[in-house]
Design a protein around this ligand. Structure first.
Ligand SMILES: [Zn+2]
Length: 375
């Protein structure tokens, strides 16, 4: 059947960001940490792995690429990682601890020296990847909301919570703006703690505070810039485990769509009742929003087929207009850079299924709309 190119609506499909590192890079980073490998040699191996990821991602059919977050210490702590031993404490009652479903924990340190600042900005990762591809690149950045947990405003003399928040928002704005100025196709805030916040504070006040903090930063961007800004929300993915899968996703959606940006990347495959969540999303979205629905579960060792993906997109299209629909994975494949449960090759197979399945659904939806127009 002939396509009417003029009216054909594309359903974009994008990665969240992270992929597992090659075994050679994992070993090199270990050796560098223990002084057995020079920084120059480590940089060479990191760039080699980035080149491979960009090449192999392009072969999956992905139009937009990422650097796989191969060199970030983690999706969340890269802005403060190099300062951790000087300006932060890992002891004390104010430490935020996140417990995963399998019992393992991660913690956020507390700031003990003012002012708060970033030591690393994400544009560094973007520029490294840009050297090896001309394709559009997404850059994931930490949402300021999660970093707001490193200081409650009580422990450093003459450094209030409000002063800290001003510093945080200045730095977070710089992190995003530098990526936009360097030509990022999209800049995605990792807001992985949105759902978790309802476990930390069931009243919903912490979630509201998180939204306010993120919006204080987003307020500094204009309408055109916001078209390139997005947010990712999920229930976590660390060592194959989640931190907030038991929190009902519909409880955060109302607040989430108050964020002043255009693109939403939402976990969906593991939701118990996706139809009710999709239906709620359909009611909440505004005309300038695009919702990228998760159609691949990065924690599932089985590779989804393109037909499964197609059907998930068709379900989403019952509630979300096709012009406002996109697809993604439920989460990054290795957000803490240490997930060896799933091989990189398997990630590529999953991504390929997402790309192909999204295309299949796009054909069906466009052709059915053309039929309606012809009648
Ligand atoms: Zn995630």
């Amino acid at each position: 059947m002939a396509r009417s190119q003029k009216n054909w609506i594309i359903i974009p499909t994008e990665l969240i960001g992270s992929l597992p590192r090659a075994a050679e890079l994992v070993e090199a980073q270990r050796a560098h940490k223990y002084g057995e490998l020079s920084t120059n040699r480590l940089t060479f191996l990191q760039e080699k792995d980035i080149r491979h990821v960009l090449r192999d991602l392009a072969r999956t059919g992905s139009l937009q690429l990422t650097d796989g977050e191969l060199t970030k210490p983690s999706f969340l702590n890269y802005p403060i990682y190099d300062l951790a031993q000087y300006n932060y404490s890992f002891d004390g009652k104010n430490i935020t601890t996140i417990t995963y479903a399998d019992g393992h924990r991660r913690c956020l340190p507390q700031l003990i020296k003012s002012p708060f600042r970033y030591s690393t900005f994400a544009v560094k990762y973007l520029r490294a990847a840009q050297k090896y591809t001309l394709r559009p690149l997404k850059q994931a950045v930490a949402a300021p909301s999660v970093l707001s947990l490193v200081y409650n405003g009580e422990t450093i003399k003459n450094y209030s919570r409000e002063q800290f928040l001003n510093d945080l928002i200045d730095e977070a704005e710089k992190d995003v703006r530098q990526c936009l100025e360097a030509g990022a196709d999209k800049v995605q805030l990792d807001f992985a703690k949105a759902r978790l916040s309802l476990k930390m504070d069931p009243s919903g006040n912490l979630l509201k505070e998180f939204i306010d903090i993120n919006n204080r930063m987003l307020d500094r961007f204009n309408e055109e810039e916001r078209k390139k800004l997005g947010v990712h929300v999920c229930s976590g993915n660390d060592r194959g485990s989640t931190h907030s899968a038991d929190v009902d996703c519909s409880r955060i959606l109302n607040e989430l769509f108050q964020l002043k940006l255009n693109n939403f990347y939402l976990q969906m495959t593991t939701e118990l009742d996706p139809d009710s969540i999709l239906s709620l999303i359909g009611k909440l979205i505004k005309p300038h929003h695009r919702v990228f629905i998760g159609v691949i579960n990065p924690r599932d060792l089985h590779v989804e087929t393109s037909e499964i993906v197609r059907d998930r997109v068709l379900t989403a299209a019952k509630y979300i207009p096709i012009e406002q629909l996109g697809t993604t994975d439920d989460c990054g494949f290795s957000p803490y850079n240490d997930n060896e449960l799933i091989t990189r090759e398997k990630c590529y197979e999953k991504i390929r299924a997402r790309v192909e399945g999204t295309k299949l659904a796009e054909e069906i939806l466009n052709l059915s709309m053309q039929k309606i127009r012809w009648i």
